[in-house]
Design a binder for this molecule. Structure first.
Ligand code: ADP
Length: 652
């Protein structure tokens, strides 16, 4: 086994690799860009080397710089993760030329699978079924159009150098062929520098089922299948293993074909053979065709780990360091069912637009495996894929595991950015998916319903109002509301929720006991016995407050913005004279002193919280009566920091 490896990646996969390396006693070296100096993968590594600017081309794609970092830190091998340099044969050769081990396949194996047309030809030779179509060299449009006619419509045009669904066009009828060809070639030229395409029969009601393989350079085993049919624009959303409705004969046939494919190219390490499956009327042993091979560890590898009990990264390290295959085919078996959901910072109603933000709150349920590259307070930057985490569940049956997935998603609390969590939760309860009737068109057919933004009900709004007033904290905080001597019996607060203003009146009716009036609704909210109760019903609400932003997690994440809270407190007769800490943090600077005349908006102090600095401003013109904190002091949320003298006009 290696003493030390370098991980040429970032995010969750870099962290994932380091966790296994650590368990095996292998030291780790991280590399990082300017944008990732404080990233989780850097914190987890034994050593970390800065490799350049935030754009991938200036850092994570700089093979020479990464190899130098490995040599300088004494790493013996490089794990590429997925993406970036993981399927770049030139990088593999450079790593080996530097006397290091590439944890993955040979450059030759990657090249053989690199172009879809050549890979298909090779697979035909190895007796692996391929999708009927044309994958020859002749790129003359008339010839390609003739090939499409011969195959029979609908057809799919695919860029031979394609990936991520780019350069791919579905053509329904001959009249559309030439236009689609032109646009596919244009996109392929821009994205891959190679305009060549192949033509395939478009499989109706297609399912994407892939087989995990593992080779030692000569022999290979398979670790069964994953179903990745839940896709949006050819991108996987939720994956599962095993495939619903899989029959033993088809599993055996697909596994054997995948092993033939891997052995045909002398594959070493973890790889995936992707098949397209005709799901129109049940699974059959002759209803699957090779699409492509991914010559790396895949994002969705955890579902295979869950059902086989194998740590695929451990296998990668062991085989790369010279050991044989850790298990034989007959030793491998499937136990239970697993799902993985990919949680992203993205704006679902806005067409899944990638989002950025600082994760002011991040909490996952203990019932799921969570592979993540971020911690609370970390930032989702615009430089990389906006993944927050992968949530993986494993249960005895598909039904149990899917229920676990939905529950886990409903207990995934993220604030500070928009996410696809509620979309994933709705998807995990989608009737066709629940019934195992999956195909790659499922999400698109139900997209409108799945992408609605959840709107808070009046109960959730009541909870938000209490939280905004600081009267109610997360159920995990110390029990009991922050009751203070001068709390009046009535408070009012205004919140924004989805561009609508909510005015709430909160009346204290007992210790920790409140009535919330929203105009159109009234609820009774109470904290007791370690939980929150709304109208005599115990509820699972959790809260996160970050400055004026407030999120109530209650089945969904409901975001609120608290309108001018200090002014409001003034109305209620308490806080107009007090500048309080809006969240727990460290006082970085105090600019005010007793007796000082200040104007509204003057900066009186700076609070550092969640790695960000927040200026605390004077809410009105006045005179500082008292400074209650000093530099370097840690303060609680709501702590009084600076008091202004009684407002004369108000007093008069
Ligand atoms: P890329 O490399 O760009 O991701 P793939 O060849 O892996 O392209 O295909 C991506 C997705 O496109 C598949 O998962 C499947 O949903 C769909 N697809 C690919 N080939 C076919 C086909 N012949 N018929 C129907 N759908 C297909």
């Amino acid at each position: 086994m290696f003493d030390k490896i370098l991980i040429a990646n970032r995010g969750e996969i870099a962290c994932r690799v380091m966790e296994t390396a650590r368990r095996l006693g292998v030291k780790t070296v991280a590399v990082y860009s300017d944008a990732d100096e404080r990233a989780r993968h850097v914190a987890l590594a034994d050593q970390a080397v800065h490799i350049g600017g935030p754009a991938p081309g200036e850092s994570y794609l700089k093979g020479d710089v990464i190899i130098r970092a490995a040599l300088e830190t004494g790493a013996q091998a490089i794990h590429p993760g997925y993406g970036f340099l993981s399927e770049n044969p030139d990088f593999v050769e450079a790593v080996e030329a530097a006397g290091l081990v590439f944890i993955g396949p040979s450059a030759d194996a990657i090249r053989k699978m690199g172009l879809k047309d050549a890979a298909k030809a090779l697979m035909e030779e190895a007796n692996v079924p391929v999708v009927p179509g044309y994958h020859g060299k002749n790129q003359d449009p008339e010839h390609l159009s003739g090939a499409a006619d011969a195959i029979g419509y609908p057809v799919l045009i695919k860029a031979v150098a394609g990936g991520g669904g780019k350069g791919m066009r579905l053509v329904e009828k001959p009249a559309d062929f030439m236009d689609s060809l032109k646009s596919a070639q244009g996109e392929a030229r821009t994205a891959f520098g190679n305009p060549d395409v192949l033509i395939e029969k478009y499989v109706q009601q297609p399912r994407h089922i892939e087989v995990q393989v593992f080779g030692n350079g000569a022999r290979a085993v398979h670790l069964f299948e994953r179903d990745c049919s839940l896709q949006r624009r050819h991108q996987k959303v939720i994956e599962e293993a095993p495939a619903p409705g899989m029959i033993p004969e088809m599993r055996a046939a697909m596994g054997a074909a995948a092993v033939r494919a891997a052995e045909a190219i002398g594959y070493k390490g973890a790889g995936t053979i992707e098949f397209i499956v005709d799901g129109a009327d049940g699974l059959r042993t002759d209803g699957f065709w090779f699409m492509e091979m991914n010559t790396r560890l895949q994002v969705e590898h955890p579902v295979t780990e869950a059902i086989t009990g194998v740590d695929l990264v451990e296998w990668q390290l062991r085989v790369a360091s010279g050991e044989g295959l850790p298990m034989s085919q007959s030793d491998l078996s499937i136990s239970g069912h697993a799902f993985e959901a990919r949680i992203y910072a993205e704006d679902v109603p806005k067409g899944f637009l990638p989002a950025t933000g600082t994760l002011s709150h991040l909490e996952f349920p203990a019932t799921a495996r969570v592979d993540s590259g971020v911690r609370p307070g970390d930032t989702i930057s615009p430089w990389y894929d906006p993944m927050i985490a992968k949530l993986v569940v494993h249960g005895a049956t598909r039904e149990i595991a899917l229920k676990q997935l939905e529950t886990a998603l409903r207990h995934t609390d993220v604030a500070g950015t928009v996410t696809n969590v509620s979309f994933l939760a709705l998807l995990s309860a989608q009737p066709d998916f629940v019934a195992g009737r999956v195909d790659t068109g499922l999400i698109a057919r139900d997209l409108e319903r799945l992408s609605v933004t959840p709107v808070a009900c009046t109960k959730a709004r009541s909870v938000a109002a209490l939280s905004a007033l600081g009267l109610m904290r997360g159920a995990k905080a110390a029990p009991g509301p922050a009751f203070v001597m001068w709390t009046p019996l009535e408070h009012s607060v205004a919140l924004m929720h989805h561009d609508a203003r909510i005015d709430a009146k909160v009346t204290v009716v007992g210790t920790g006991d409140y009535r919330v009036d929203l105009g159109d609704a009234r609820h009774h909210v109470w904290y007791g016995e370690g939980a929150w109760w709304v109208d005599q019903t115990k509820v699972q609400a959790r809260m996160a407050r970050y400055g004026a932003d407030l999120t109530v997690f209650w089945g969904n994440a409901y975001h609120f913005h608290v309108i001018d809270p200090l002014e409001r407190e003034d109305e209620a007769g308490v806080g107009g004279n007090l500048i309080a800490a809006p969240m727990p943090g460290l006082i970085k600077a105090v600019y005010a002193e007793a007796g000082q005349v200040v104007s509204q908006g003057d900066r009186l102090a700076v609070l550092e919280a969640m790695k960000m600095e927040h200026s605390l401003l004077a809410v009105r013109d006045g005179v500082v009566a008292e400074v209650l904190v000093r530099d370097g002091q840690q303060v609680e949320e709501g702590a009084a920091l600076i008091r202004l003298e009684e407002d004369e006009e108000a007093a008069a």
